[in-house]
Ligand binder design. Structure first.
Ligand code: GLN
Length: 482
């Protein structure tokens, strides 16, 4: 774990824009931390150091010339390796994309670049973002910087670990069922899943298109808010992109929670949630109450069926999205005598066990005769979850819950039993199914001394209110530890 001698993303950008720090110097400091720590952590699939050095030098030249390079000037940023980077291998931590270099940048990558941020590398993930521990990477797991015998969470485990280890003060992840928030919680950093459509997914390798959303991981709420302002906003290249300008978040962070009605989701506080995690959520509710919010119990009954619905809908979409890895268009190709045999050989060699499991589950759920009973039914449950959230938001401005049922678990603890692993996302999946935003904010530690994240959930497009509550929780922790 790094100590607080590192500047936050916001502090770095301020110092670089004022000409007090050079972007090159900031970059070299981070590359030095990476050189020392990365062999123990394995947060990255690849570093982009040459490219980063050129970009940082360009930022310094612009500052010297009196230009403002943007709100994230000189901020090193780590990119989950399912975000397309032009000319730089994008692997999704899968063998099947071996050798593939995207011919274009994801919109979020372009926007970060235009805001002055410096992309420093591609971070490890569960293959195709399927998992909750980063153990499903074809390139080996990432280790949790707080305890290297434990997982960092997943699937954005590399991004969360990179921020927690001080490798980068900002990272991007993707969240289909919890993949930003759960690793953020396990690594003690802030992670935001924005409203579906808030951030363009152009150039994000698709897992489950009706659920996928890109968002930031960062050491502070202000850093995450600043990054979200940069990456959000309409993009004509993503047909699901909300036609709204980016939200104002940073300027509203200190507005507090006075008078807000905040509900603790009863269905996510019971069985399966470790007592130490539950206690931190209760403590968070007390902090928000002391800050002037009205706290009450909330009920969102259908969230109890979230995991079941998700494991039909997400694999169904994945089975369709992953059909494109056929040995012809991208990456790996294992030759055989017929095209069909080549397809099979390529997919057999290229995909790992969890990805194969999802493709089979999804294909089954979509097959004739089973479609209505599985996929159709799951879509109905999804509608119920949406309705139950909508009903709850008639009485509440925000909701509160755990992020992960436990703190970071040891390697291998859940890998042998897919269902146990799937339950890691019981608290995070509902927001994906509803399309609503949610944030994981670090809020102390569990009985084992490892980080615990608390989740603040909000109705669609209410990121500003949501982050105000997150900022109150963050401030309370700073006071305790100061
Ligand atoms: N852990 C969940 C899964 O395995 C969520 C993953 C994600 O959000 N990408 O599908």
């Amino acid at each position: 774990m790094h100590e607080s001698t590192f500047l936050s993303a916001t502090e770095i950008a301020g110092a670089v824009r004022r000409g007090e720090r050079s972007a090159v110097e900031v970059l070299e400091e981070h590359l030095a931390v990476i050189a020392e720590g990365e062999p123990h952590i394995h947060a990255f699939n690849a570093l982009m150091d040459d490219q980063a050095r050129m970009a940082a030098a360009m930022i310094d030249r612009r500052v010297a010339a009196g230009d403002d390079p943007g709100p994230l000037a000189g901020v090193p940023v780590a990119l989950k390796d399912n975000l397309c980077t032009r000319g730089v291998p994008t692997t999704c931590s899968s063998r099947i994309l071996d050798g593939w270099r995207p011919p274009y940048d994801a919109t979020v990558v372009t926007r970060l670049d235009l805001a002055g941020a410096i992309a420093i590398g591609k971070t490890n993930l569960d293959e195709f973002a399927m998992g909750s521990s980063t153990e499903n990477s074809a390139f080996g797991p990432t280790r949790n910087p707080h305890d290297r015998t434990r997982v960092p969470g997943g699937s954005s485990g590399g991004s969360a670990a990179a921020v927690a280890a001080g490798f980068a003060p900002l990272a991007l992840g993707s969240d289909t069922g919890g993949s930003i928030r759960q690793p953020a919680a396990l690594c003690g950093v802030v992670g935001v899943k924005p409203t579906y459509g808030r951030v363009s997914r152009y150039g994000l390798v698709a897992f489950a298109s009706s659920l996928d959303q890109i968002g930031p991981l960062a050491p502070t709420v202000a850093d995450a808010a600043a990054a979200l302002e940069v990456i959000a906003g309409h993009d004509p290249l993503d047909s699901t992109s909300v036609p709204e300008p980016p939200p104002e978040l940073v300027s509203r962070l200190d507005e507090g929670v006075e008078g807000l009605r905040i509900g603790v989701v009863a269905e996510l506080m019971g069985e399966g949630i470790a007592p130490d995690v539950r206690r931190r959520v209760e403590a968070a509710a007390e902090v928000l109450a002391a800050a002037g919010a009205k706290i009450d119990d909330a009920s969102v009954p259908a969230v109890s069926y979230g995991v079941s619905a998700y494991y039909l809908i997400a694999p169904a979409e994945a089975s369709s999205n992953l059909a494109r890895y056929d040995g012809v268009r991208y990456g790996l190709r294992v030759d055989a005598h017929t095209t069909a045999a080549m397809n099979t050989a390529t997919r057999t060699a290229g995909f790992g066990a969890e990805v194969k499991r999802r493709i089979m589950l999804g294909t089954y759920a979509l097959s004739a005769g089973y479609y209505d009973a599985y996929y159709g039914k799951a879509q109905k449950v999804r509608t119920l979850i949406l309705r139950d959230f909508a009903a709850a938001y008639e009485s509440f401005d925000l909701l509160l819950s755990p992020v992960s049922p436990t703190t970071a678990f040891p390697f291998g603890a859940k890998a042998a039993d897919p269902l146990t692993m799937y339950l890691s996302d019981v608290c995070t999946i509902p927001s994906n199914l509803a399309g609503d935003p949610a944030v994981s904010v670090p809020f102390g530690v569990g009985d084992d001394g490892l980080p615990i994240g608390v989740q603040v959930l909000a109705p669609a497009l209410a990121e500003a209110t949501m982050l105000r509550a997150a900022a109150v929780l963050e401030d309370a922790m700073v006071e305790v530890t100061a």
